[in-house]
Design a protein around this ligand. Structure first.
Ligand code: SAH
Length: 210
């Protein structure tokens, strides 16, 4: 099976390590998150177009981020950049006793994501249409926050909305940049995890549209 081959490759390459992340990637079908014409590539390790100039990340990047976040079954998660919902569906499956709040600025993508969650029977996720560059204070604090779009710098409201002991993952840089991990303990620890390419975060703490 194509999916098993991809999962084996991601394990061999060291991206996939924990049983819960592997099981989630086994369970969630990536093909339903992409348009018809992209479906044949659903289990190739590459980003795929989802319309509106946006893409869903390559499986190795999704796996790396899920491993680096260290989600627990009861985590309370904020995602910035829902797209059609693939990454959020995985996070909600790993944190099946927790909750995922996910923000998307393109209404049509948010609607598509909601349909996908419904189809898969995923109930512990709420999609919010709007600019997520300043986070979502109403439900803060979060045990985990991650962005799937690349910001000019780490927005301070995201660090503020992180719970003590929490982890924040965010790509920084105009398209090509670096994925940063922020850990909130008694102080704030930041480190670069890996080089990466993501679509830009557009909004108040993001880039201007265009
Ligand atoms: N999570 C997706 C990736 C989607 S691509 C996956 O499963 O792979 C990143 C998304 O971020 C795009 O859909 C884009 O519209 C959205 N985005 C960009 N800036 C944003 C902002 N300020 N707030 C919310 N969403 C934003």
């Amino acid at each position: 099976m194509e999916k098993e081959r991809l999962l084996e490759k991601l394990q061999r390459e060291g991206y996939l390590r924990s049983e819960r992340v592997i099981e989630a990637m086994r369970k969630i079908p990536r093909e339903i998150f992409v348009p018809e014409r992209e479906r044949k590539y659903a289990y190739a390790d590459m980003p795929l177009e989802i319309g509106h100039g946006q893409t869903i990340s390559a499986p190795h990047m999704v796996a790396l981020m899920l491993e680096e976040l260290k989600l627990k079954e009861d985590s309370k998660i904020l995602e910035i950049g829902t797209g059609t919902g693939y990454h959020a569906a995985l996070a909600a499956t790993i944190a099946d006793k927790g909750m995922v709040y996910t923000m998307e600025r393109v209404r049509e993508l948010a609607e598509k994501a909601k349909e996908n969650f419904k189809r898969l029977g995923i109930k512990n996720v709420e999609v919010i249409v709007g600019d997520g560059s300043e986070g979502l204070p109403e439900h803060a604090p979060y045990t985990h926050i991650y962005a799937t779009c690349s910001a000019p710098s780490i927005p301070s409201p995201l660090i503020e909305q992180l719970d003590k002991g929490g982890r924040l993952l965010i790509p920084v840089g105009r398209i090509y940049g670096e994925l940063w991990l922020v850990e909130k303990g008694d102080g704030i620890k930041k480190r670069k995890v890996v080089g990466c390419a993501f679509v830009p975060m557009v909004g108040r703490r993001g880039y201007d549209e265009s």
